[in-house]
Design a protein around this ligand. Structure first.
Ligand code: F3S
Length: 69
């Protein structure tokens, strides 16, 4: 699994970092990004974090969290 945040549609709601704090963080504007690979969608997410990432993606109000399984 890889994941990234589309910052063009993120509204900085803050939900993803609460749901998956080991994966998502926020930049100075409050926009989320994948802190594991600096939002480059290149690093495999550790298996133990899959559920957190899926929950974050489902909970994002703007569908800004992209997941590739
Ligand atoms: Fe942004 Fe969605 Fe997270 S709006 S802060 S990517 S839950």
């Amino acid at each position: 699994m890889t994941t990234w945040v589309d910052k063009d549609t993120c509204i900085a709601c803050g939900a993803c970092g609460a749901t998956a704090p080991d994966v998502f963080d926020y930049d100075d504007e409050g926009l989320a990004f994948n802190k594991i690979d600096d939002n480059s969608n290149t690093a495999e997410i550790p298996d133990i974090l899959f559920d957190d990432v899926r929950d974050a993606a489902e909970g994002c109000p703007t569908d800004s969290i992209k997941v590739e399984e």
